[in-house]
Design a protein around this ligand. Structure first.
Ligand SMILES: NC(=O)c1ccc[n+]([C@@H]2O[C@H](COP(=O)([O-])OP(=O)(O)OC[C@H]3O[C@@H](n4cnc5c(N)ncnc54)[C@H](O)[C@@H]3O)[C@@H](O)[C@H]2O)c1
Length: 302
């Protein structure tokens, strides 16, 4: 069973609990008084799972690290800092439950853990198209390495997949899980889309053949704090353009009636729009409807 996510990462309570994470003045005080961390729940050794997050210095992964740390788990973040930033997790550095490892998942990793959240992969088109071969290696060899690790240590693995497995122009809206997608295997996005698709295949092959406990989360467009300003995806582009007082650029991919956002996470109303189109900021409310996602209680981040 796939779990579907479309996440609006609201500013976590972290900035309230821990202003040094965002405020340089507080950061100064923080350094003068020694490290302080957000409150972390106490778990007995038996319940304190050792959790690995690959790509944990990235946008989604760092929020996940915050959540798991505050829940009292032992968290190891592995990241090669291609798109991630040390500052996304540096508020945990030195904490007894936290470890940050500079490592590329394309290389094998030997570590003892109970759970693996495998998020390592560039996620925005400019980033994953920058080096398509590396994107493929990360999603294929990197995922094989993590599945091998999960098998060796008996860990459960969650793989962060994507709505892009349905393709840039899916033929069905919304996409049911029975829909297998419409991906161009040699298009510019193929390194990511096909990389994620074969990674899903690997997960279920390891489950069937080796009995590894796997989960696959097909994440839809997510946005929130710690996202790069120049991320290149549509929501951050809208926010940036709105902040700069510029018209919002909407590019349609198919018949003009919809973008690839499913289930009304973002619905583009008023079909018949073809090709590139610019909606001015004033027309935003009548043109776009935003909805908060309900994810049946399954959320990656708080
Ligand atoms: N954000 C979204 O809207 C979205 C949508 C669908 C799927 N996803 C998936 O969620 C995951 C996280 O996405 P994100 O938005 O946080 O992206 P991000 O770019 O902020 O984070 C990805 C992290 O992976 C790291 N990384 C990349 N290649 C690596 C490698 N070879 N070895 C180790 N670390 C590596 C990066 O440095 C970065 O820290 C990705 O797998 C992405 O495909 C995200």
């Amino acid at each position: 069973m796939f779990v579907r996510y479309c996440i609006l990462i609201s500013q976590p309570s972290l900035s309230l609990l821990f202003p040094a994470a965002t405020n340089p003045l507080c950061a100064l005080l923080f350094h003068s008084t020694g490290p302080k961390y957000p409150p972390v729940k106490f778990l007995s050794e038996k319940d304190r799972k050792r959790i690995l997050i690959t790509g944990g210095a990235g946008f989604v992964g760092s929020h996940l690290a915050d959540k798991l740390m505050m829940d009292g788990y032992e968290v190891t973040v592995v990241d090669n800092f291609f798109t991630g930033r040390r500052r996304n997790v540096d508020h945990w550095l030195g904490h007894g439950n936290f470890e940050l490892i500079n490592h590329d998942v394309v290389e094998p990793l030997f570590i003892e853990v109970d759970q693996i959240y495998h998020l390592a992969s560039p996620a925005s088109p400019p980033n994953y198209m920058y080096n398509p071969i590396k994107t493929l290696k990360t999603n294929t060899i990197g995922t094989l390495n993590m599945l091998g690790l999960a098998k060796r240590v008996g860990a459960r693995l969650l793989f962060a997949s994507t709505s892009e497995v349905y393709g840039g122009i899916p033929e069905q809206h919304p996409q049911p899980e029975s829909y297998w997608g419409n991906v161009n295997p040699i298009g510019p996005r193929a390194c990511y889309d096909e990389g994620k698709r074969v990674a899903e295949t690997m997960c279920y092959a390891y489950q069937k053949q080796e009995g590894v406990d796997v989960r696959v989360a097909r994440i839809f467009n997510t946005f929130g704090p710690r996202m790069h300003m120049d991320d290149g995806r549509v929501v951050s582009n809208f926010i940036l353009q709105a902040l700069q007082g510029q018209p919002l650029t909407v590019r349609t991919l198919g018949d003009g009636n919809c973008l690839r956002f499913r289930d009304g996470r973002m619905l583009l109303h008023g079909g018949g729009v073809r090709g590139g189109l610019q909606f001015s900021a004033e027309r935003l409310n009548s043109s776009l409807q935003w909805e908060r996602t309900s994810i049946d209680g399954n959320t990656l981040t708080a």
